[in-house]
Design a protein around this ligand. Structure first.
Ligand SMILES: [Zn+2]
Ligand SMILES: [Zn+2]
Length: 315
């Protein structure tokens, strides 16, 4: 896997690429615009030109090499039962996809959204008898419809929307990997859809990855449900919340409930060799005087090496 981080675009999107190079990362994730505004300002012509200059400097200028990843706005809910909210979400997501095209970003990570109906029983995802409650099914129907209309409106776009598995707070969809699989099975243009697998969210949703056996079994479930060649992005976060708590709180690599086993197993999977693996771990403070991203990537690199040479991680 290639290791990167979600970095700030303050002062221009190119700054995220330059910070990534300074941190010696292999890829980067960005918000292409302010993720808390419905109609954010799009990057200017100068900003876009500078982005491509930074990519060339980094040697990241082949878009199909997928060194850059976008994360969509937190406001977008394509599964909303409210007609106006869904319309607004589709419009906002369309502008997100347009920005990705303008920046030659081929991977746009997207949360599947929330159905806003009844909260499902808190059962660990792998132990749920059925993939969906009735309300979840309704949400997935609306999500599929929204994606189909987005794909119609953006024909020929090269960006692939990567549905992210969630921790499953409230009425969020996508904590059960079967729900993500259903979406891609049902859209008219499945080639426009891939997946993003978040280790913290999987753990919080009830997929235990804290032991070698647990991690291997989760990996097998993920590969069989989502197909390894469609899992295009990884979010590498440890989890503060225990397995099955649905708590979405990211922790430094090796310091949380996922622990070393989760990353050791996942990172050594040959099918994911060139995938972007993005840290969304806390950036505040530092580890022994160095930026946390640098330390977390060091831990990931150590864990991705074969067992005999792997260094100690964690505190
Ligand atoms: Zn994530
Ligand atoms: Zn999260």
């Amino acid at each position: 896997m290639r290791f990167g981080s979600h970095l700030s675009v303050a002062g221009g999107v190119a700054n995220a690429v330059r910070s990534a190079i300074e941190l010696e990362l292999d890829c980067v994730q960005v918000f292409t615009a302010n993720q808390r505004q419905w109609a954010p300002r799009a990057p200017s012509k100068e900003e876009i030109d500078d982005w491509f200059v930074a990519l060339r400097e980094a040697g990241w200028d082949d878009p199909d090499d997928c060194r850059t990843v976008s994360h969509n706005s937190y406001l977008v809910n394509l599964a909303s039962p409210d007609h106006d909210a869904r319309k607004r979400s589709i419009a906002a997501q369309r502008t997100e996809l347009e920005r990705c095209e303008a920046l030659a970003i081929r991977r746009c990570v997207m949360h599947p959204g929330a159905h806003l109906g009844a909260v499902p029983p808190r059962v660990r995802a792998p132990e749920r008898p059925q993939a969906c409650t009735d309300d979840e099914q309704g949400g997935i129907d609306r999500l599929v419809e929204s994606l189909d209309s987005l794909h119609d409106e953006t024909r020929g776009f090269k960006v692939v929307t990567c549905l992210e598995n969630t921790a499953g707070p409230g009425t969020a969809l996508g904590y059960d990997l079967r729900q993500l699989a259903m979406v891609r099975e049902r859209v008219k243009r499945p080639e426009r859809i891939g997946y993003c697998f978040d280790t913290c969210h999987a753990t919080a949703a009830g997929y235990d990855m804290s032991t070698d056996a647990g991690a291997a079994s989760t990996l097998a479930i993920m590969k069989s449900l989502l197909s390894p060649d469609r899992v295009l992005v990884f979010h590498l976060n440890d989890s503060k919340g225990a397995c099955g708590t649905r708590l979405d709180r990211h922790e430094h690599i090796g310091d949380g409930v996922c622990g070393a086993a989760c990353f050791r197993v996942l990172l050594r999977e040959p099918a994911f060799e060139k995938r972007p693996g993005i840290l969304e771990t806390p950036k505040e403070g530092s580890f022994k005087g160095k930026p946390w991203d640098r330390e977390n990537v060091r831990r990931l690199r150590a864990l991705s090496k074969p067992a005999r040479t792997s260094a100690r991680v964690g505190r």
